[in-house]
Design a protein around this ligand. Structure first.
Ligand code: HEM
Length: 438
């Protein structure tokens, strides 16, 4: 190889082999610097929690010097996570500084940028751009607008539940969780309901860019994502041409001061943010709730006896599942945290999934308890200026779904092992075999 020739990037399968680990290893038997909680195999095998437990007690602000994502800090305690999330001036989300995903690095301004992979979105911006663009879509999620959507969500949830088989095994994720959130997304964008399958596909693509079961290389995945641009570009043009601006997310973006002139990659980035934000998260809370109730039969009985517990149970489901396992930031200055010095430009990961199990802040955090006194005390929606803009919509969907489930079924039985997503970003369930007696 000549000096100027770049090494070929590893394919997804090569990357998986290069970083293969024994997921069954006892984390307490490892030297601390080998603890690498971001390894997707740990999440796929549902083995990550003991790793976080060790870090919370022995090394709450922890450096993994070498991983498939490069070096990164793990922040695992509730209060430290809140500190990082609420100090956006110290911990940047800006895509130019490395963004919010593991593996993202500050851009070398001297190198040409590959536009195909560069997808800015407002979750990967700092103020003022973040604040300006967030304001454009915020009206979608006001209590008044959500109230207007509630009857539609109830009707759709009812239809989905009425179509489920009885006394027969089926995958709850596909038949209910994906369906309900997919239909919701098509409504938020005001596109035909039959196109929800495309939205679901693009959402799954984002989460599986590095998964060899989906794509040979990440580049192939990005090629698929640009088809999403073609689709929404046509919708955008139609919305701009309308005489009256619509009340959907694309109309809001097309008419917003800070979004109407977005270049193609920023438009695609923001569309993907709204698709993934509104899809994977609520989907996994819907699946996670059924699983948690089955694993805590006493809580299921409590719920059956008292349906008014649903509004308290919903935030507990969201805490217990922690559908977004982490968000990452880049340090903008040297910062002391938990007795460690994080250096400027270091990658810092806030593990919401770990903070939600911190027993110094949450009583019996490993137990699913549907009538907690303060169920909204959790980190699943983040904290600070990026706190989830769709959190009320997510809770409303889950509330309505559970109310409708309780009207119809005495129980939903989980009849096999769940299959988990190979991702340490979205804590997801791909398959949940269930049976509804009837
Ligand atoms: C249970 C369901 C959900 C969970 C657990 C969740 C979680 C999160 C988290 C952790 C963040 C980042 C917070 C931070 O960095 O501090 C976030 C941001 C965001 N979420 Fe959600 N989310 C959910 C549902 C939704 C829904 C239904 C939508 C609607 C489309 C949505 C749209 C967004 C958007 C647009 C952002 C970026 C906000 C910003 O940067 O200002 N999310 N969400």
């Amino acid at each position: 190889m000549s000096e100027t020739e770049q090494p070929r990037p590893l394919s997804n399968a090569e990357n998986q082999t290069r970083w293969a680990i024994d997921v069954d290893v006892d984390p307490y038997s490892l030297p601390l610097d080998k603890i690498d909680p971001a390894h997707p195999s740990l999440f796929e095998a549902d083995r990550m929690m003991p790793h976080f437990q060790r870090l919370r007690t022995e090394d709450p602000v922890h450096l993994t010097p070498d991983s498939m994502f490069g070096p990164y800090w793990s922040v695992t305690r509730y209060k430290d996570i809140m500190f990082v999330d609420s100090h956006h001036e110290l911990f940047s989300s800006d895509i130019e500084n490395g963004g919010i995903r593991l593996g993202g690095r500050p851009r070398n301004q001297d190198e040409p940028r590959n536009e195909m992979f560069h997808l800015p979105m407002f979750i990967m911006e700092d103020p003022p751009k973040h604040d300006d663009q967030r304001k454009v879509v915020a009206p979608m999620f006001t209590p008044k607008h959500l109230q207007e959507l509630s009857a539609l969500i109830r009707e759709r949830a009812g239809n989905i539940l009425d179509g489920l088989p009885r006394n027969e095994e089926f995958n709850w994720v596909r038949r209910v969780s994906v369906e309900l959130t997919g239909q919701m997304l098509a409504t938020l964008f005001d596109v035909p309901q039959e196109d929800r399958h495309k939205l679901i596909y693009w959402s799954d693509t984002v989460e599986n860019l590095g998964n060899p079961d989906f794509f040979e290389t990440a580049e192939q995945g990005f090629q698929e994502l640009w088809k999403c641009f073609e689709y929404f570009d046509a919708v955008w043009k139609e919305r701009v041409a309308r005489k009256e601006p619509g009340n959907d997310l694309i109309s809001m973006l097309a008419h917003g001061d800070s979004t109407r002139d977005m270049p193609p990659n920023e438009f695609l980035g923001n569309m993907l943010l709204l698709i993934v934000g509104g899809n994977d998260t609520t989907r996994n809370s819907i699946s996670g709730g059924v699983l948690a109730l089955n694993r805590h039969p006493g809580e299921y009985e409590k719920l059956m006896k008292d349906h008014s517990l649903v509004p308290k149970m919903v935030p507990e489901i969201i805490r217990y599942q922690s559908p977004v396992a982490h968000m990452a930031r880049t340090a903008m200055a040297d910062v002391e945290l938990g007795g460690k010095t994080i250096r400027k430009w270091d990658k810092v990961v806030m593990w919401y999934i770990s903070g939600n199990r911190d027993d110094t802040e949450i009583e019996q955090p490993d137990t699913f308890i549907i009538d907690r006194d303060n169920p909204r005390k959790h980190l699943s929606f983040g904290f600070g200026i990026h706190r989830c803009v769709g959190n009320r919509l997510a809770e409303m969907q889950l509330n309505i779904l559970w109310e409708e489930i309780l009207k119809r079924f005495d129980t939903i039985e989980v009849v096999g092992d769940p299959v988990y997503l190979r991702s340490s970003f979205i804590h997801g369930i791909r398959e949940l075999p269930v049976r509804i007696p009837g």
